[in-house]
Design a protein around this ligand. Sequence first.
Ligand code: COA
Length: 309
Amino acid sequence: MQFLIRQYQAEDEREVVALWNQCLPRDEISLNTFRRKIILDANFDPCGCYVATAKRHIIGFILSIRRRYPYYDLGMEPGKGWITAFFVHPEWQRKTIATKLLERAEEFLSRVSVKDIFVSDYTPNYFIPGVDMDSYANAQHFLKKAGYKKVQNVYGMGRSLVDFRIPEEMGEVFQKLADSGFSISLFKPSHTLKVLEFLRKNYPGDLFRVALERLRENPECDEVLVALKDDQVVGFSHFLDERFGPFGIDEEYNGRGLGPMLYYHTVEQMRKKGKHNLWLAWTTGRAKDFYHKVGLKVLRRHVIMKKTV
Ligand SMILES: CC(C)(COP(=O)(O)OP(=O)(O)OC[C@H]1O[C@@H](n2cnc3c(N)ncnc32)[C@H](O)[C@@H]1OP(=O)(O)O)[C@@H](O)C(=O)NCCC(=O)NCCS
């Protein structure tokens, strides 16, 4: 059966979104999200986006990205590129369509000097942080065959907040921290500069970006909390609806319960604002162990994959 690969065109959006929702059932999107996170992404380049067609219908899609503009302190991340979404209509799979789409995306990325291609930890507009090992295992087989190797595992985690209580044994830990000058505060506008300076130094890139955008939108945002050592900001946490994060404390203060103290106070604020659940899209390594300790369970398992071209 014949199929063609061509560059994405403006008229394709509805068909692509419909196919997306058929092929990626755990990650459905609306037309609005497609426009916001893809077409309106300043880094979007139609030359890196391809569709496969048969009888004038779209049967496959791939999106590749490299930075066209610096991303805060991460800059241009030269040599790095990402494939953030790809799929083929179920009736057209195992006919080399994804292989051809991937070849075109890789050609594009090579032309713009990308050496390392990641699937896909692209900030800010990733869709799935890596391949979902449970729902899209085929994609992992496919990428391995195409020469991609595992970089790391990334987990989505969550919990119900219905019966949430701060564990009693934390009382003593919090008291010790308070005695040493640590406290947790709901964000106040007077913290703004200190929060930004803390993030710029400790978490340049996406955490800094989230804080900046959220506080620009609402300079009195009550979905941000800070950890303070005396009057210095040493930790930041944020939530939006039931989505928790980003979250981070100054590494210098690791290991004394400050992370849990900030986490538990943030959850209390979420509860006050009527949230029944908490989830986060992306954690890994030691942070995953931390979330596990404070009662979160793994909801999704992903693997970030990479190929050097
Ligand atoms: C992953 C996907 C895009 C592959 O598309 P495709 O057009 O069928 O891929 P190809 O025909 O080019 O496959 C090339 C090779 O990949 C491997 N592969 C592809 N699908 C596979 C599967 N279901 N099981 C095992 N290996 C597979 C095989 O080695 C295959 O070569 P072969 O057919 O000669 O054995 C398709 O299965 C899909 O759309 N899945 C759902 C969406 C998805 O998971 N997207 C990724 C989100 S992160």
